[in-house]
Design a protein around this ligand. Structure first.
Ligand code: SF4
Length: 269
C-alpha cells in the first residue's frame, strides 16, 4: 500500500478564495476507486501518471494526528475534498473512521463530501454539532459509486436522525437528472454545483458541450442565464445554495439565491 503524504492542504487561488472551508484533509489520495468520468482531481493528475483508481494511496493516521493537533479548536476541515473519504478502501483501512474520532476528540468540525452511503455506518461516532455531511447525487450513467437510490436513502436517514446533511447535486448535468426523484428527497437543503469541463473531462464524459461557452480558470462553464434556467428545475428544497467557481456567477448566487450569503455550503451554525 502506497502512503499518501499530501493529506492536508489549504487550498488557495480562485477556488480557495471563494470556498469558506478550504482546509482539506484527505484520508486517501492519488486515486479514487469511484473513478468518475467528470472528476476534476483525476483530470489534473491522470495525465501526469499520478492517478491510480484501483490502488489509491493511504494517509498515515499517526501523521494525521500530529497535524490535527495543530488545528485551532472550533475550525472546520473538509474531508473528501480531493478524493472520496468513503471510497470502498475505507472498508479495509478505516482511516476516515479514525480521523473522525480524532476530530471529535480535538474539538474540530468536519464537512464530509461523499458519494457513498458508508457514512451511515458511522452514525454512532458522528458528532451532531461537529459533523456536516453532503452526499453527492448526479444521475450520470455508469458511475461506480453506490446507486442513487442508496445515496438518497443515506441522505434521508441522516436527516431523520437530526444531522446537518445536504443533497449535493454535483456535478449538475440537467440532461441526466430525474427531477421527480430529486425534488422528492426528504431533506431541506441542497447545494448545486454545475459541471465545468476541461479537455480530459470532455473525453471521458462525451456530451454536446455547445452550451458550455464561458471560459474561466482553465475550464468551460455554462453561461449564467443557462445556469439560472436549469436551477429553476430544482424545486423541492427550502434552502438552496450554489457552489461556484466563476467570479461573476458566484456574486450573483451569493446576492440572489444562496440561503446564507456568507456561506455557500450553508452549514448549520
Ligand atoms: S468520487 Fe469524487 S474524487 Fe472520487 S472519482 Fe468521483 S469525483 Fe473524483
Amino acid at each position: 500500500m502506497k502512503e499518501f503524504k499530501s493529506f492536508y492542504k489549504e487550498v488557495a487561488g480562485n477556488e480557495g478564495g471563494k470556498c469558506r472551508y478550504n482546509t482539506r484533509l484527505d484520508t486517501y489520495g492519488c486515486g479514487c476507486q469511484h473513478d468518475c468520468s467528470y472528476c476534476y482531481a483525476k483530470s489534473l493528475l491522470n495525465f501526469r501518471n499520478l492517478w491510480d483508481a484501483k490502488e489509491p494511496s493511504v494517509a498515515d493516521i499517526g501523521k494525521i494526528e500530529r497535524r490535527i493537533a495543530k488545528i485551532p479548536k472550533g475550525s472546520i476541515v473538509r474531508l473528501g475534498g480531493m478524493t472520496d473519504c468513503f471510497q470502498p478502501l475505507e472498508g479495509q483501512e478505516h482511516v476516515t473512521r479514525e480521523v473522525i474520532r480524532l476530530l471529535n476528540q480535538y474539538g474540530i468540525g468536519y464537512l464530509i463530501v461523499t458519494k457513498s452511503d458508508m457514512v451511515c455506518e458511522y452514525m454512532h461516532i458522528l458528532d451532531k454539532e461537529k459533523a456536516h455531511i453532503q452526499i453527492s447525487t448526479t444521475w450520470i450513467p455508469c458511475e461506480k459509486a453506490v446507486s442513487t437510490r442508496r445515496r438518497i436513502a443515506a441522505i434521508e436517514a441522516l436527516h431523520a436522525e437530526g444531522f446537518d446533511v445536504a443533497v449535493r447535486l454535483s456535478p449538475y448535468v440537467p440532461q441526466f437528472v430525474d427531477f421527480e426523484q430529486l425534488n422528492s428527497i426528504r431533506c431541506n437543503k441542497i447545494i448545486v454545483e454545475f459541471l465545468r469541463v476541461n479537455h480530459w473531462i470532455k473525453q471521458w464524459l462525451p456530451l454536446d458541450y455547445s452550451e458550455w461557452t464561458v471560459k474561466h480558470a482553465g475550464y468551460q462553464h455554462l453561461p449564467l442565464e443557462k445556469k439560472i434556467e436549469y436551477l429553476a428545475k430544482v424545486t423541492g428544497f427550502d434552502e438552496v445554495s450554489v457552489c461556484e467557481d466563476v467570479t461573476e456567477h458566484y456574486e450573483y448566487w451569493r446576492e440572489c439565491v444562496n440561503h446564507d450569503k456568507n456561506d455557500c455550503c450553508n452549514l448549520r451554525k
